[in-house]
Design a protein around this ligand. Sequence first.
Ligand code: GDP
Length: 591
Amino acid sequence: MAGAETKVIQIAGSITVDELAKALGLSVTSLIGELFKEGIVATINQRLDFDTAALILDELEIKGVKLEKKNTTTQISEHKRELSDKAVTRPPVVAVMGHVDHGKTTLLDTLFHKKTVEGEAGGITQHISAYQLEYQDRKITFLDTPGHEAFAAIRQHGAMLTDIVVIVVAADDGVKPQTVEAIKFAQGANAKIIVAINKIDREGADIPRTMADLSQHGLQPEEWGGDITMVPISAKRGDNLEKLLDMILLTSDIEELKADVEIPSEGLVIESHMEMGKGSVVNLLVTGGELKTGEFIVAGTTYAKIRTMLDFRGKPKGKATPSTPVTVTGFKELPNFGDSFVEVKDEKTARKMALLNAQAAQNANASANVTSTDLLRMMNVADNSKVFNVIIKGDVLGSVTSVVDSLKMIDTNGEITLNIVAAGVGDVTENDVYMAEGGETVIYGFNVNVPTNIAKMAARDKVKIKNYRVIYELLDDAKSEMEELLPAEVVEEEKGEMKVLGVFRTERTAIIAGGEVLRGEVKPKMLARVMRGKELVGEVEVESVQKERMAVDSLAAGETGGIALKLEKRLVVEINDRLKFFTRELKKRKL
Ligand code: GDP
């Protein structure tokens, strides 16, 4: 407990600049300024880890304040503010993740009695969508994503929004790369994992093998003495879904998920786009307080007076409590995917905070030019790294951010530098093509249109426009485009050896010799190293191969015959030299 003189600030994993400023009684701007002096570029919503917060306290020589690492046994509290005694139970926020085609969409569709056209874009939705289910008189919030990249992106923006991750694994397919990714994500986000072993109605379904597969990846089933709940389900037929929901509720009970409601409302931007007639339409997930229409909220560099608020089904909602997803209108400009929002008392404060955030962001950009990492990167560009230029167009801000962030995550061993020439919402335009012209720039569209005249213009100007509806396909393509930029690898393969028994003719650019093939074979077009004892005399190309004065395709081990060698530079071949044959190919490299 806080003593009379010493104020204790508990930090569970991290604290936002805003929260720390409030806790210290400093203005956010001066805290940002202080951080800046320490070489830390931060914005108001940015999270600082414990050590950074401690560092700044030290620097400021703030006395009478003690930082304490909050014990995060209920790990989920990492993204939560410090709770008061008035905190109330809130619904769990559940993300459904897993390998493509293992049944994520089907599971959500069955739970929400939705109909998704089967096979549509590989069943992957384009943005984070959120739904709320009522079960046993309790609510559960589900998040649906365009793939794990969106989650990773939102995490990069400093937010943790999932309490529980349901990992869907098809019982007839087992653990696959994206399953592993999902496991890593859930562990990294400190979320509780529940596994749904899906497609148990299928003939090839093998539950024990799937469990064994999962335990190989560190998830030990409860049945086998581990701590991971695994529920065999059929998302398609609906088998055992109630059990899955029971387990979700049980897990959230154990986690004691709570939130304060008597505080200014706060939460996260999970999706934003423009709509004709409505302006900005923004999906928010409330994490604290109660959000109401008419309130002012700030998110990043923009703010809103909430004009309309709808629930996930599109019905008007007057008040949104923690863990509730809502769609609001009223933002002046589109906030960013992953931005956190907070309620403020009036328009003046809202405007000021948004402006401060914008200034802080500008500072961040300005200083980003001079960090040593950037310098290094720039030097690398000049040195040996190739640059992959892209322009990204997406249907909504969320997809653009996901694509950009996912592209940044492609590991190129530092050999390729990603240069995002431009990124934005909307169809591919003439301007995009102009920008891409002559610069070896690829335009990636994600769920957008490429008008015919633009496609023609691009074809004429030799600009590549690639339009995708599934993020994995876009990333695969970007990867192969990057692979094209990698210098090819030289691959040599040994083919055979000949002992020279006679030299018939030596010219400036050709030699005709005869000999016995000791091993392997020799064919026209192969290369040969001329060895004299241990000394390498030179390298030549086999022009033709003869046997009994007739041209043949090859000479095999044990055969004798003649060969004509093509020389690049003058070289002498002598009796008893060895010719070591090999092929040399340039192979494309993979990332
Ligand atoms: P996602 O890519 O993970 O969202 O996978 P989908 O939900 O799109 O499912 C991929 C395919 O598997 C679709 O053809 C579904 O109909 C099928 N599927 C999903 N769940 C089940 C299930 O429980 N049983 C069977 N037999 N098929 C399923």
